[in-house]
Design a protein around this ligand. Sequence first.
Ligand code: ARG
Length: 584
Amino acid sequence: MAFNLASDFDRALKAAAAAAGLEDASDFVPEVRTADARHGDFQANGVLGYAKARKLNPRATSEKIVAQLSGEVRDRCEITIAGPGFINFTLKPAALLEWLRTFSTREALAAGAAAAHAGQTWLVDYSSPNTAKQMHVGHLRSAVIGEAICRTLAFTGARVIRDNHLGDWGTQFGKLIHGYKRWANPAALAADPIEELERLYKLGHNATPDGSPELDEARRELVKLQNGDPENVRLWQKFTEESRLAFQQIYDRLGIRFDHFLGESFYNDKVDRVYRELGETGIAQESEGALVVFHPEHPRFKTQPFIVRKADGASNYASTDLATALYRAEHLHADGIVIVTDFRQADHFEQLFLTVKKWFTAKAYRVPELHHVSFGAVTGEDGKALKTRSGDVIRLKALLDEAEERAFAIVTEKNPDLPESDRRDIARIVGIGAVQYADLAQNRSSNYLFSWDKMLALEGNTAPYLLYAVARIHSIFRKAAVRPDDPAIEGIAIIPETPTEIALARKLTKFPDAIRLATESLRPHYLCLFLFELAGDYSSFNNADKVLVEDPPIRARRLLLCARTLLILDTGLQLLGLRTLTRM
Ligand code: ARG
């Protein structure tokens, strides 16, 4: 037994079903999940579906399976059959201690979780802003959710490729170059390049109304850029370079490092192959000069076309995304592709994925797993789009600054005696962590209700609450004058005994299943919820059971529980992209 619990029980149940001589035992999927704590630790629901499909009595089937369960499983748990045939496992206290001993490091926890994606390559396309513009509050979610997904995928064994699919190509560059050549202010460009580029784009846009000769000029600038005119290419490269530098300042604060910045422009010379292959396989058809794909099997996309090449022959968002999918499968060998954008692009990705599957299948290319991870808007507490007082969009930089400032005020109020630089360091971690965590803790499909007071509260499912729990456990170890990973603790510790010790230990064993749930669904809020509940069980334990008692075995078993809670909170928060503190 690898002692990974849910997956161990899964294996044991399958073996037992075979040993019991059940028909098609190899098709039996036990479906072991974390159980409602009243019923046990883990529950297998799979017998119901299996028995129903074969017109068997589910309860009797469960009994047959349970009778064949290995001695190892029986030694570790109480096993009961509930209701129509659920199989429940409740870990015995000795098994809890064994679990705590087994999962003593981050590596051990990762090894336990690694099976899910071992040997696979996953590409995550996230953040992906458009260049020559500031990142604003709308860009927060893709970066934060994408990074958490990268980290959990890597934890479950995947090789993760972080790709920033910059929006660095398109008609807007004609207007920007038009504005730049007329009104660029070198001093402003040096001081705040993106600010100045935004100003120039606006000037360029306003100076080129529809039907005006100026618009024709802007279009000519674009054509020159597309045809490789050295001056315009140089300008465009400058815009890209400045944008990347500005974006990186945000990424540094969020702890994000991309492996690639393969923006839309990278695919310019790769779209012709897309047109050719979609044409020759009969997947795309000409329609009024454009190249389009219909999906007859789909209620909407049988009539709503996916335009893969515009009528004027130009490529568009769909053409580049098709070329991108091929590049990722063919050159980056992605087994899975995750693209993180807001919900408004849902149709685009549904059409894209349908097209990719047909195209790759027709050409006998391997089809990767394709996921659009979509999320709701960022809104104020009133449910309306988040704006500054003057009604402008909020810049991401200003938002992160404000988070740190607000956290600084709170830290200063709590620890007025700490040196200012320490308070700044703490505030940075708490402030940025609060913004990240508030985003991740809500189901990503919902809107992100942005509230400074809620996200910075020391109570509730918030970053400060969890970071504080971590810091508090560190302080116990400081008092005890031992390190959390001191092997002596594990050596002396005895079996958990009090109800609060047992409840905490039982909760800890659910960490791998929380990771599974968050990774399978690509929804980090499951991990947040688990960490929040764990911190709650820890707090009940801490209130009921004094840790630093005289009796060495009892003290050691409580320190062991503290050490594992610390390890799992720390690991979980880092997987979400947060940094943690030893003091707060
Ligand atoms: N640049 C796009 C935007 O700002 C997001 C790109 C997402 N990735 C992709 N492969 N389409 O909305």
